[in-house]
Design a protein around this ligand. Sequence first.
Ligand code: C2E
Ligand code: CA
Ligand code: CA
Ligand code: CA
Length: 279
Amino acid sequence: AKARGRNNFQFFDPVMTEAGEQRLMLENDLRKALLRDEFILYYQPRIDLSTGSVTSVEALIRWQHPQRGLLAPNAFIHLAEEIGLIGEIGHWVLNTACRQLRDWRSEGLTDLRMAVNVSARQLHDSAFHCLVEKTLLDAMLPAACLELELTESCVMDNPEKAIVVLNTISRLGVRIAIDDFGTGYSSLAYLKRLPVTCLKIDRAFVQGIPEDAEDVAIAETILSMAKHLGLVVVAEGIETEAQCDFLARRHCKEGQGYWFSRPLPAGDLINFINSTVPT
Ligand code: C2E
Ligand code: CA
Ligand code: CA
Ligand code: CA
């Protein structure tokens, strides 16, 4: 009990208190952010590497904080998961992304698809598939134009549950992608049992292409495995022409990264797509 008392005392260390206060302030702000309409979605195009056309976009959340400015997800998603807000935020993301897609499709981008990131906590909600179904209905979108991106760790968190939930969602016609592929506890046995249609090669492996022999070997292994399993591969974080050429030559179907475009606000994305249409 003595040792414990000493640890508790540490809590009142002025540095700790300041960090604690910062976190508490951010937490309070985060609780109000949805009501105050402070979240925005940016969209990063995904490119078909053989044709150069935009196949889909990935919705990436930002928080327009009244004092701190535009915050990237790494600054608040983890906190939102911890304090139980990720369900509501995830719902907002799904809904906003689907409405945006409906608008774009009705404005002429009829084949455009949308990818949305899903956190492990959302999968724990046994009504998640109902939410997805309802959101698609409300936005009057066919299920096949929505793809949910889940990280390996998100799925491996509770694989048996994930298999059940993802099977239900997949039966709706929604596609499932494994995000950051290669970085988690990649259990290939589970991959076989999951209704996955797409693997996204993590940026960490794309970075070293084509100079780094290990990154090249990993990318080639993922590509060959995906081919045998009938899965689409998307390379994320493509920043150079050399990376793009290498991946295209090895029949990587799609790519995403700063080489093509950074994530953009909705209005700028339209301009980007129009600028890629051959005249
Ligand atoms: P992610 O799903 O792996 O998304 C890709 C991240 O890489 C994005 O960062 C994107 O801006 C960035 N990126 C794209 N191309 C390049 C490139 O060529 N070079 C480099 N260096 N970076 C690139 P962002 O937007 O900061 O998002 C970070 C992470 O936050 C995402 O990683 C995702 O895990 C999470 N996230 C984003 N939006 C949501 C959301 O709506 N819900 C949930 N649950 N998570 C989200
Ligand atoms: Ca993603
Ligand atoms: Ca990723
Ligand atoms: Ca990542």
